[in-house]
Design a protein around this ligand. Sequence first.
Ligand code: PLP
Length: 391
Amino acid sequence: MAVSSSDKFATKAIHAGAHTDVHGSVIEPISLSTTFKQHAPAQPVGQYEYSRSQNPNRKNLEDAVAALENAKYGLAFSSGSATTAVILQSLPQGSHAVSIGDVYGGTHRYFTKVANAHGVETTFTNDLVKELPQLVQKNTKLVWIESPTNPTLKVTDIALVSETVRKIDPEILVVVDNTFLSPYLSNPLNFGADVVVHSATKYINGHSDVVMGVLATNNESLHQKLQFLQNAIGAIPSPFDAWLAHRGLKTLHLRVRQACLSAAKIAEFLANSSAVESVNYPGLPTHPNYDVVKKQHRDALGGGMISFRIKGGAEAAAKFSSTTRLFTLAESLGGIESLLEVPAVMTHGGIPQAQREASGVFDNLIRLSVGIEDVDDLLDDIKSAIEKVAV
Ligand SMILES: *Cc1c(COP(=O)(O)O)cnc(C)c1O
């Protein structure tokens, strides 16, 4: 089924990359073959030759993600981290990058402990918009944005950063990690970014059963370079995982919308609770970047992620997070089920305390990934956990 670029999001989610086979299957089968027959040397029967280079299920998913990000090209990888690695690998030796400060831990690790091995140096800043002009050097090739950030949910004005970068040097790539919002809530390429990346492990697959990464771009030569590296490095997802992620993506709009509506109610409850010191949620009008949220997020929705500081320090955070019934204590996010975690001792445990606290990750900070259970049950769960902590 060919989608038209004028089709709305939900139509694209269902039909983009969805093809039929010789039997007329409504859902394309999983193509497990590692290799494909050729009529004569270098004349493949169809468009595929060898499954590392390309595979029907991966191609379908890549086309679907590209359609949802308003991009011409999509590429899928074995994880979000492999996607990041391939982008950084594409930079020339001796390049410089500027990144938002509280970037995903694995991205920070790649910048500081892996990319530097081939001479890529990175400067981190907590305010890209203000500091970018001073931080760009002659050899700067990349600006890395994550919005909202993890776990304090700061929102960056992508259009403003992209415009600033274009004025300084149009060759510098602007990359946006859009994992926390998903293509349903925001399309960074519309705001001037060159590449959008996702850990598809999170909202795109959405069922906590696939680890995968994707990127999308409109830049043809960049796409060819990244596709060359995708094949050369070989960090590609399996056909089965590509098929599962494509199935998950078809309900992205329903899942993400519900998660946002429920998260907004939960954030409002937390903001009014006497047991809570402060709440980070981009959908609250009190959020410091709410003006950016209004222009950058669909319907000013805040996403499914909330973080909040509970009164009573690390002890209260530990008690709360091991007391909830429906929110499971686990890392990761973006699935149908609600999860919670304590970043200071889990996802962000490797960051020195002073540095962690400078970006707002205190010992009493709790991060929620709001799932799509009934919101009244989720609220009851949080209320009763708060009561137990207060005792
Ligand atoms: C999880 C995550 C990643 C890394 O993705 P993996 O699929 O776990 O490798 C990158 N960025 C963000 C924002 C994430 O949440």
